[in-house]
Design a protein around this ligand. Structure first.
Ligand code: BGC
Length: 408
């Protein structure tokens, strides 16, 4: 299976999950307050990034997605740190020096404590504040960056932090969720326009700007009408509404797509909550699972990719990965999902890149350090890095652009 020329091959990370020592971020405070495992020094990537990028280079990666920690850049409201900006410039230059194309995310779940103290993304003022922060970062990095992700998984963050109440600030309010979501839409659109404006001002070639949207494969568990109806509603609400809204405003240059798993839809009775949330309880179509219990469903990758066709935009897989202690299963996962990317390309989807989640084992939010998503193992007591076999198999694909027929 031969992938297109100039395909972006690599992996993704986010600042808070790998850097360590981010005491000005809302999560840092929350971990302590909620009695969760602390992110602490995480992978020590803030210091060890050059070593990590050497490994990515050895693994033939030509692209890497990272994020900027807002709470480092603006630790107090309105006080911007040139020193931290310089750190991220150095990080990006370290990628460039290795011929690795950077993709930069501006918001990956964390916010500065001063912002969360004023209701974070619920507050109308968040939009101009996010714009001001983004402006500072983009002006500093524009020369070295072509690909931008404004916001990572706005629907996941909104649902986990404001509907399910599992993430800070642990709210369960439809109305709050609604305003957070709307602020993400508005924040994206304004930052999208600002990034383009800055590139014009600087006479730089046009950048590629998007969000990373988490897409699930919704699959009806029995062929009931209600299930089919729920699938179409969920597809619209959770998968495509955000993309539709920003497309209507001409504020998207490619689709950043995160895909992990499927949801088996089984609606118990007619009602808005049931249509929105009911899932199969009988394990009616058992498949292998990752270590967090999520279904492994590679054909879902093709399913969601085909549904992006109507946008008529290039697609970059900005995350896809598995947490497991079974590294052979990791390679089976990557192989199976890449095969479905290939099949979607054959059916006309313009996929231009694939970034595995994640380069390193890292801090999996409220789940702590247990889940192992990395191509590279981290020994958290010594911070020693060990490249996994799955990473070496993926490295062959990155090098040749060819996926072997079978994973064995
Ligand atoms: C997020 C990552 C997270 C990964 C695995 C994505 O939803 O962007 O931060 O670690 O999934 O759960």
């Amino acid at each position: 299976m031969q992938f297109p020329k100039n395909f972006l091959w690599g992996a993704a990370t986010s600042s808070y999950q790998v850097e360590g020592d981010n005491p000005n971020a809302d999560w840092w405070e929350w971990e302590k307050m909620a009695g969760k495992e602390n992110s602490g020094r995480a992978c020590g990537h803030y210091e060890l990034y050059a070593q990590d990028f050497d490994l990515a280079k050895d693994l033939n990666h030509n692209a890497h997605r990272l994020s900027i920690e807002w709470s480092r850049i603006e630790p107090q409201e309105g006080k911007f740190s040139q020193k931290e900006l310089q750190h991220y410039i150095d990080v990006i230059l370290a990628l460039r020096a290795r011929n690795i194309e950077p993709m930069v995310t501006l918001h990956h779940f964390t916010s500065p404590i001063w912002l969360s103290a004023k209701q974070g993304w619920e507050n109308d003022r968040v939009v101009p504040l996010f714009l001001r922060f983004s402006d500072f970062v983009v002006r500093g990095l524009a020369k070295h960056v072509r690909y931008w992700i404004t916001i990572n998984e706005p629907t996941v963050y909104t649902s986990h932090a404001y509907v399910i109440g599992a993430w800070p600030p642990q709210q369960k309010s439809y109305w709050k969720a609604r305003s957070v979501y709307d602020h993400f839409v508005a924040g994206h659109i304004q930052v999208y326009r600002r990034i383009h404006q800055i590139y014009q001002e600087f006479h730089l070639p046009s950048p590629m700007v998007s969000i990373s949207q988490h897409l699930q494969a919704f699959v009806p568990c029995a062929p009931k009408k209600m299930n089919a109806y729920a699938v179409s509603l969920r597809d619209q609400w959770y998968n495509f509404d955000f993309l539709d809204q920003i497309r209507r405003q001409k504020a998207i240059d490619f689709i950043g797509l995160n895909y992990y798993s499927r949801q088996l839809v089984d609606v118990q009775r007619f009602g808005i909550g049931n249509l929105a949330w009911d899932v199969c309880k009988n394990n009616c179509d058992p498949v292998k699972k990752n270590s967090l219990g999520w279904d492994i469903y590679p054909q879902g990758m093709k399913q969601v990719l085909l549904k992006t066709k109507r946008f008529n935009l290039p697609v970059i897989i900005t995350e896809n990965g598995i947490c497991t202690s079974d590294d052979e299963l990791r390679w089976e996962y990557v192989h199976g999902h890449l095969k479905n990317v290939y099949l979607a390309i054959q059916e006309g989807v313009n996929v231009t890149g694939y970034l595995y989640w994640s380069l390193l084992d890292n801090f999996e939010w409220d789940k702590g350090f247990g889940p192992r998503f990395g191509l590279i193992d981290i020994d958290y007591s010594t911070l020693k890095r060990t490249v996994r076999d799955s990473a070496r198999k993926y490295a062959e694909v990155c090098k040749t652009g060819v996926l072997p027929d079978s994973h064995v």
